[in-house]
Ligand binder design. Structure first.
Ligand SMILES: N[C@H](CCC[C@H](N)C(=O)O)C(=O)O
Length: 276
């Protein structure tokens, strides 16, 4: 099976062109393909598929084989791949995803495709939309208990669930210990991504992420968007912020149309072929 390895702010993906035919069951193959010793190595798999309703369709499979509704770093890689291979000859494409229609746009620099700016749609704040157990309403700075410790959480869906926690020192958090407990907490019937945020100023935050179905990654695009929303709702930043992630920086803007726009890089690393 042919593939292209891509990364966006260090969140890396195996991109597979399924336009002609959908490959074998990639959800079942994902753990092996994503394994960094026995396989290609990646945080997940991005599938390119035809769409009956939009220009094209993207599916995202986490490294544990679970399928997510959306992937912010992944859709930038997806858009760059589509454009550079002339699959869709448009700089702005409408992508069908399980989170709805997402619109990435190629940004040019010196006449060459560079960054990708993505209309990520509207954040969902209602508890039932996260989804999260408990009385209806928004979840802003609420307590969550894990192993007898209280965490103050703000939850936002970007089509996929995010639990955002503000901390004073991002380097002091034992993310590998806490992440799984929150990811699998009973409050989240479909589990959740977990973002830890240190606010630097009104326009910048630092973020670390424990991803649902993938563990600690170097970046999470939907998580960066959710963190921008959570930071504004908690009156810690404005609506336009730079998110500093271990793998790089993303620009997140919450515009007057209530849509979140995320801008960041997407790079091709190598192409290959794997014997299944
Ligand atoms: N692990 C996520 C999917 C990948 C999202 C992330 N890599 C991004 O860039 O948004 C989930 O299960 O919701």
């Amino acid at each position: 099976m042919k593939f292209t390895k891509m990364q966006g702010t260090g969140n890396d993906f195996i991109v597979i062109d399924c336009m002609e035919r959908e490959n074998k069951d990639l959800k079942q193959l994902a753990p092996k393909l994503c394994n960094r010793h026995f396989g290609i190595g990646a945080d997940g798999i991005i599938m390119i598929l035809p769409s009956a309703s939009e220009d094209i369709k993207m599916r995202i499979i986490n490294s544990d084989g679970s399928e997510a509704e959306m992937c912010g770093n992944g859709i930038r890689c997806f858009a760059k791949y589509i454009y550079t291979r002339g699959i869709i000859n448009k700089e702005k494409i409408r992508v069908e995803t399980l989170a709805g229609t997402i619109v990435p746009e190629i940004i040019f620099k010196n006449g060459k495709p560079d960054m990708v700016k993505v209309d990520m749609g509207e954040p969902r704040l209602k508890r039932s939309d996260i989804p999260m157990e408990g009385p209806e309403g928004e979840v802003i700075n609420e307590p969550l208990y894990l192993d007898g410790i209280e965490y103050r959480i703000t939850c936002v869906s970007m089509g996929n669930p995010h639990c955002v926690i503000f901390i004073d020192d991002i380097n002091a958090i034992p993310i590998k210990e806490i992440g799984p407990g929150i990811e699998n907490h009973k409050l989240f019937p479909q589990k959740t991504n977990v973002e830890f945020i240190q606010v630097l100023n009104q326009g910048e935050i630092k973020m670390k992420v424990w991803e649902r179905g993938a563990g600690e990654t170097l970046a999470c695009g939907t998580g960066a968007c959710a963190s921008g929303v959570a930071s504004y709702l908690n009156k810690k930043t404005g609506r336009r912020i730079i998110v500093h992630l271990p793998g790089g920086d993303l620009l997140v803007e919450w515009m007057d149309d209530n849509h979140i726009y995320m801008t960041g890089p997407a790079e091709e690393v190598f192409t290959g072929e794997i014997i299944l």
